[in-house]
Design a protein around this ligand. Structure first.
Ligand code: F0G
Length: 537
């Protein structure tokens, strides 16, 4: 008899005890709403949808342990108790591997031994890692919590730009990444630094369906040859940071291998350039390493995460993804590490960050989050590294992609950890849809109109193909993304989505071209622009 793990389907990792009714909205009602919201996916009311695959960010179901932690939320202005356990959970998650201390248990169990609380939580000092503790966090702050990922990006790049101006006001600066997320690129560009994408060249390559359980090409890797070229051409002084996004959301959500992280780190070290993660989906990335990279099968997720983070000088993160939390983000850098030393010019860089954090988000112990958010996030960090959860989560995304592929839909294989991406170039092959007709947008409009399913174009419309010079256009993939919220949907939701997408694929001749009717030149335009589908061409 086969074991429970060999049945070819994931072992269920959780069950739902709360249900939310999906409203019965007609096609005509959705059509009216689409018209009045200028056909922009971001403007459509979520309450009227059947399924929402717009984002996996902040949209996940929290676990019972997270909900119960909300009651421990401490809304004090100065040094709420959640702050201490969150910092400890971050040390546990990113630095302690198989030896977490779980300081949170002191709070959840209502510890009343004051000496113990002082020694183990409130006054315990740490230094030399990503999260100084006790007095060291006061004199050399290096951990900054903020409401979400883009706030951390703003904090990092606006502060760096100020420091870089002091070094050389005229110089052109570049930040290379295996794939900048849209807000990351926009935050960098807003500070007059040039974001550079060094995608791996195999992202759109075919991958055999029968191999997806067996191997993974880690298509999210950075092209290290291109990185070396950039450093040789522009010089170390022009590259304040190298950034690796795990998993690589812009490159079809593909994971990054430890092998690649190590190679990038070696190049960074040899060039004296600090290396940072955009760590949004770190646990999902670690799961891919465990499953597919040689030598990691018997290591725990926490140990793999510890190794991944041992190669970087710091990271920005949105806890709205892998944290299972609805809100939260952060910026962390290694105390006395390369980044700390390189940018502490005329004053400690951490103190600069802290000043700006207080100025814009709130004081350092809540950073714009409520005490309840902080507790839910802290518990979430322990939930998401559990292997049965990750197995079920990634299994669901993989099965979604598999079912689409079996129906002939050109989906990127193997799927990454958080989303399924359809290749619109191949989807429209044989029709008269051209790249600047924004067919991917037309597809999302029709999917919403007919079936109440929301997805997101991440292609020529979102990445502004029409406004880019030819040499930058080649880096724009023509994709539509279905981001799967964690622990929200079950097999029936996925089956409905697969049936709807398949039906539209068969009828793709009828998908309209789309024109931008308002705001083509707005920054981050896909969030704001008005659109018009052209039905009668
Ligand atoms: N970096 C990556 C790789 C992301 O995917 C995101 C957000 C961010 C940074 C910014 O984080 O939203 O908390 O400010 N991605 C979401 C998405 C919005 O739908 O992919 P944020």
């Amino acid at each position: 008899m086969k074991s429970m793990y060999d049945l070819g389907v994931p072992v269920p990792a959780n069950k739902s005890l709360v249900a939310r009714t999906i409203k019965n909205v007609t096609k005509e009602q959705r059509e009216r709403v689409l018209q009045e919201t200028e056909y922009n996916m971001f403007s459509f009311p979520a309450d009227l949808l059947v399924l929402d695959f717009l984002s996996d960010s902040g949209t996940s179901t929290m676990t019972d342990l997270q909900w119960s932690a909300l009651f421990h939320g401490d809304e004090s202005y100065g040094r709420n108790k959640g702050y201490y356990v969150l910092l400890d959970a971050i040390r546990d998650t990113f630095e302690r591997g198989d030896k977490p201390r779980k300081g949170i248990n002191l709070i959840l169990t209502g510890e009343t031994n004051i000496q113990k609380l002082l020694d183990e939580l409130y006054l315990k000092s740490f230094d030399g890692g990503f999260v100084n503790g006790g007095v060291y966090q006061l004199i050399r702050p290096n951990a900054f919590i903020v409401p979400q990922g883009r706030c951390a990006e703003h904090l990092l790049f606006s502060t760096l730009a100020e420091v870089l101006k002091k070094i050389d006001r005229e110089k052109k600066y570049f930040i290379p990444n295996n794939g900048h997320f849209d807000t990351t690129a926009a935050n960098i560009a807003a500070n007059r630094i040039i974001p550079v994408n060094l995608f791996s060249s195999d992202i759109l390559d075919e991958f055999p369906l029968d191999q997806i359980e067996i191997k993974n090409p880690f298509k999210g890797d950075m092209d290290t040859k291109k990185l070396e070229e950039l450093i040789n051409i522009e010089g170390r002084g022009s590259i304040p940071l190298i950034y690796l996004t795990i998993t690589n959301n812009t490159a079809a959500g593909q994971p990054v291998s430890i092998k690649n992280i190590k190679s990038v780190q070696k190049i960074a070290k040899n060039s004296g350039i600090p290396l940072f993660f955009d760590a949004c989906r770190f646990a999902e990335n670690a799961f891919f390493i465990k499953k597919f990279e040689n030598g990691y099968q018997n290591q725990s997720i926490l140990r793999i995460i510890k190794e991944m983070f041992s190669y970087v000088d710091g990271f920005t993160i949105s806890f709205k993804k892998d944290g299972l939390a609805n809100m939260g983000g952060g910026l962390f850098f290694r105390d006395n590490g390369d980044f700390h030393k390189r940018f502490s010019i005329n004053g400690d860089i951490g103190l600069r960050f802290k000043e700006k954090q207080i100025l814009t988000f709130g004081n350092d112990s809540y950073g714009g989050l409520s005490g309840r958010d902080i507790m839910a996030l802290t518990v979430g960090l322990y939930e998401i590294v559990k292997e049965p959860y990750l197995n079920g989560r990634i299994g669901q995304v993989r099965d979604f992609a598999k079912k689409l592929a079996q129906n002939g839909i050109p989906v990127i294989l193997p799927a990454g950890g958080h989303a399924v991406y359809i290749d619109m170039e191949k989807f429209f092959q044989g029709t008269n849809m051209k790249i600047d007709d924004f067919g991917g947008v037309g597809f999302t409009i029709e999917l919403l109109k007919h079936y109440g399913i929301r997805a997101c174009e991440l292609g020529p419309f979102a990445f502004e193909w029409d406004k880019k010079p030819p040499e930058q256009r080649k880096d724009i993939f023509n994709l539509v993304r279905f981001a799967v919220p964690r622990n929200v949907y079950n097999e029936s939701h996925i089956a409905y989505a697969v049936a709807a997408i398949t039906e539209l694929y068969h009828d793709r001749q009828k998908i309209p071209k789309v024109k931008i009717s308002r705001g083509a030149d707005l920054r981050l335009r896909h969030f704001q622009t008005g659109l018009q589908p052209i039905y009668n061409e």
